[in-house]
Design a protein around this ligand. Structure first.
Ligand SMILES: [Zn+2]
Length: 100
């Protein structure tokens, strides 16, 4: 039983040494240039179109309102149509701001 466990370990050590040498050889190939440039371009490509622009636009712009809702031009809150007090040239005002 014990010899069965010892036997494959020796071959594993041999395989590890071989694979380490292969990895070292591959690293030398990678450090010669191409892979690093690709990774840098990919990282920049992910960051530019994504987080910054869309995040700021969403923060500045009011959330897309529903068909039965409006954005008050005074308090900039989204209210239900039932709270629409007046519209001054396409500028809706809610009942709270109209009463203030
Ligand atoms: Zn308002």
């Amino acid at each position: 039983m014990a010899t069965d466990y010892d036997a494959p370990r020796k071959t594993d050590e041999d395989v590890e040494q071989d694979s380490i040498q292969e990895l070292q050889a591959r690293r030398q190939d990678k450090s010669s240039g191409v892979v690093d440039e690709d990774e840098t371009e990919a990282a920049e490509g992910f960051e530019l179109p994504g987080a910054d622009l869309s995040g700021e636009e969403l923060a500045v712009r009011v959330l897309p309102r529903q068909a039965d809702e409006f954005t008050c031009s005074s308090c900039f809150l989204v209210h239900h149509r039932s709270q629409l007090a007046a519209e001054n040239g396409g500028q809706p005002i809610c009942t709270e701001c109209a009463a203030a």
